[in-house]
Design a binder for this molecule. Structure first.
Ligand code: FCB
Length: 436
């Protein structure tokens, strides 16, 4: 259970929100073009329960009900994503236009993410040109919504999209390129930088990115384990953050990237106004174990220079992820130490857990612990300005299908009925209390 000690107050002006993404909730797949995720989920064996996101939460047709849930929850902000394939479809931007109007009328600030993994099926992040196409997409969206939307997120978790989608093949587009997937990272970073320029050209000034980060703990003090953990830490915590915040790749990586890397880094390091961190759990990493391993449903080939290990001694979520709130304090303080004054204010753009049931006290315990952990980072001097729970609704959890329920609101996928869970009530009460 959540502790009964009063929750400490976060600073005035702190932004409380919830997050979703287009492909995971929108449905209405026949009202837009295909994305790489539609192609991927149509292939047998890709998604655990064989499902697709063709209907998902049918949010495109039910967004008014969902906006009412947000208003009743009392969040300051709603992070959603704009589907690039929908924007390209005739009238596709009309949906976001209505959504933004309805959010503002309900007193909820819209915070769109411009890319959350649902790449149009005819595009490919291995191609540099995709970065330029993305900048055009961004310019179109901001031209339509920029009179009302003031806070923007360029990309969601390019690290996962690279690693799971292009290196290990468990997410769309299902490639297994291992380290040959690195150009996908570079092109997404370039896309981010070009998007920042497009947003600035349209006069916006509140721009961030949502990257996944988490502490990487070595499996032991052995040199080989420490080196493997360092390597993993570089991939997860520095491969994207160093170019964005320092204008350079971690040692040894720049040479593996395509094109005129030095010139691109100038674009990639365009200043941003805040840095989004998605945090779920830490990772324990050791030296390779001499064969393929399976961890958390992900098959990792023997060639990888590290192996992911179990974290014992902590409760786990319904997804099997360890619940370690203090690791959120760790990731925030380590990040602030690592980047110093190069780090703009931070927003936790995702945090949450998968559990079944409407009386989801485990989720309350998880969220309560993580908000307290965030507060400890603020007390330690980290400038954290917001916190977004993943997710408003149960939704299509990528390769896991509908079996992992991250929502504060339960969705019955047969009837589309929404039912707030106990955690929704908890978050609502927390927000009221925080505002005094
Ligand atoms: C993050 C994704 C988000 C959701 C959560 C559980 O990696 O950004 O879409 O799937 O994990």
């Amino acid at each position: 259970m959540a502790t009964t000690n009063p929750m400490p107050r976060l600073p005035a002006g702190f932004l409380w929100g919830v997050s979703t993404s287009a492909h995971q909730i929108e449905g209405a797949a026949d009202e837009r073009g295909p994305s790489v995720w539609d192609v991927f989920t149509a292939e047998p064996g890709r998604v655990r329960d064989g499902s697709t996101a063709a209907v998902a939460c049918d949010h495109v047709h039910r967004h008014r009900e969902d906006v009412a849930l947000l208003a009743d929850l009392g969040v300051d902000a709603y992070r959603f994503s704009v589907s690039w394939p929908r924007v390209r479809a005739e009238g596709g931007l009309d949906f976001y236009d209505r959504l933004v109007d309805d959010l503002l009328a309900a007193g909820v600030r819209p915070v769109p993410t411009l890319f959350h993994w649902d790449l149009p099926a005819d595009l490919d992040w291995l191609e540099r040109d995709t970065a330029e196409r993305f900048a055009e997409h961004v310019a179109r969206v901001v031209a339509r919504l920029g009179d009302r939307v003031t806070k923007w997120i360029t990309l969601n978790e390019p690290a996962e999209h690279t690693l799971l989608g292009h290196a290990l093949g468990v997410h769309a587009p299902g490639r297994t390129l291992l380290f040959d997937a690195l150009p996908v990272a570079h092109h997404q970073l370039l896309a981010h930088g070009l998007a920042v320029r497009a947003l600035r050209a349209a006069g916006t000034f509140d721009i961030g990115i949502a990257n996944s980060h988490g502490p990487t703990w070595p499996a032991s003090d052995d040199e080989a384990d420490v080196a493997a953990a360092d390597f993993y830490d570089t991939l997860l915590n520095r491969l994207f953050a160093d170019p964005l915040l320092l204008g350079r790749y971690p040692e040894g990586i720049g040479g593996l990237m395509p094109g005129d890397v030095e010139a691109d880094l100038k674009i990639i390091a365009e200043p941003i106004d805040w840095y989004g961190i998605n945090y779920y759990a830490p990772t324990r990493v050791g030296a390779p174990q001499g064969g393929e391993i399976e961890f958390g449903g992900v098959r990792m080939p023997a060639e990888l220079p590290f192996s992911v290990r179990e974290i014992a001694g902590h409760p786990v979520t319904g997804f099997g992820w360890p619940v370690v709130p203090e690791a959120l304090t760790e990731v925030l303080t380590v990040f602030a130490d690592r980047y110093g004054d190069r780090l703009p204010p931070v927003v936790v753009t995702e945090n949450g857990c998968a559990y079944d049931g409407l009386d989801d006290t485990d989720r309350i315990t998880y969220l309560d612990g993580h908000v307290r952990a965030l507060h400890r980072a603020v007390e330690a001097g980290v400038d954290v300005r917001g916190y977004f729970v993943w997710s408003l609704l149960d939704n299509f959890e990528w390769a896991e299908g509908y079996g992992r329920r991250f929502g504060l609101v339960h969705v019955d996928f047969d009837t589309q009925r929404r039912t707030p869970k106990a955690s929704y009530g908890w978050y609502r009460a927390l927000l009221r209390e925080q505002r005094g």
